[in-house]
Write a protein that binds this ligand. Structure first.
Ligand code: P6P
Length: 322
């Protein structure tokens, strides 16, 4: 079994000790989530809690468990001051003397748990703006350009941490023999063009004409530009974006007649994914502005997103600007 550079070894050379402690604590929590996900069908953690979260979405048992696990592990880091989660209405102070805050989607795509499709944990880490004591909303409402680290854990055929601290994108695969993360993808770059587009085509009746025109472009036969593209969409942002990061492609969740601001959350889904994609040479916009330059106003605000291969996002932008 391949070993090599461990996550801890990599972080020691790439980040400061306080940030390393946050990322390592997060990774330890995600190892527990990986264990629960891989045995979900046997350990009675599939299905729902019977409650809905602040988003009004049905909470899966593993959503709730994952959220609690991450808060416990990040509290133990001592350097993570505060926690924002899709599963909590308000921010939580973990360590009053901590230096960093973290925004997480503890288990993105969790409706896929029962069907064993890829799901994931998405995170974005910022330096707190307040000096000490309880964290404030302002500590989290920062533009993505200020992020100190961001990425995701994908729980799929293997468990992989993909992250950036602002200088390139690196992937670490979980060795299930010793439960250590090892560097497996060094300096990941996403292809400038691809042949995949990812969108919930079922919402077509709700898209505006400009989005519809781009989708028509994607499905028009044109051998020179490798069209028609292939539609690949599994309803799990982490699964769809991890595939597109490596193979090239564009992922779109537009604003539409049903979701006028889009569906995906800015702070703990779109900003971290945009941070990774941009550090891999791709681009991410809300159809008008760079995702990383949007100024967050509310903790759980949503945004439209067009993200992936630079040439494909640029082509989509041409249709949106028409
Ligand atoms: P829809 C999962 O609920 C999620 O937040 C993302 O992981 C995924 O990309 C999207 O929503 C799927 O939404 O409306 O297509 O089912």
């Amino acid at each position: 079994m391949q070993t090599g550079i461990t996550l801890n070894g990599f972080l020691t050379s790439k980040t400061n000790i306080e940030l390393s402690k946050v990322i390592i604590s997060l990774a330890e929590g995600c190892k527990q989530i990986a264990r629960l996900v891989s045995n979900a069908g046997l350990s009675g953690v599939t299905g729902t809690t019977g409650t809905t979260n602040v988003q009004g979405e049905t909470v899966q048992k593993l959503d709730d468990l994952s959220n609690k696990i991450l808060m416990d592990y990040l509290r133990a880091s001592e350097t993570c001051a505060g926690y924002l989660s899709e599963e909590n209405e308000d921010i939580v102070t973990l360590n009053q003397s901590g230096k960093y805050t973290i925004a997480v989607d503890p288990l993105d795509g969790s409706s896929n748990i029962d069907v064993a499709a890829p799901i994931g944990t998405i995170f974005c880490i910022n330096e707190r703006l307040s000096s000490a004591g309880n964290v404030t909303d302002a500590d989290f409402l920062q533009q993505g350009t200020a992020a100190k680290a961001a990425g995701y854990f994908v729980y799929g055929s293997s468990t992989i941490l993909v992250m950036s601290t602002g200088n390139g994108v690196f992937g670490f695969t979980l060795n299930t023999d010793n439960y250590e993360f090892y560097l497996s993808h060094s300096d990941v770059t996403t292809p400038a063009s691809g042949k995949i587009y990812s969108i919930n085509q079922g919402n077509a009746a709700k898209f505006d004409d400009k989005v519809a025109a781009f989708l028509n472009y994607c499905t028009t036969v044109d051998k020179e530009t490798s069209r028609p593209y292939s539609l690949r969409y599994i309803g799990s942002m982490v699964g769809d974006l991890h595939r597109n990061l490596l193979k090239g492609g564009i992922f779109i969740y537009p604003a539409n007649k049903g979701e006028t601001k889009g569906k995906l959350r800015l702070l703990y889904e779109c900003i971290p994914m945009a941070f990774v994609i941009e550090n891999a040479g791709g681009t991410a916009t809300n159809g008008k502005q760079r995702i990383l330059e949007l100024q967050p106003v509310e903790l759980h605000e949503r945004t439209a997103i067009f993200i992936g291969s630079a040439n494909m996002v640029a082509k989509a932008q041409e249709f949106l600007n028409n």
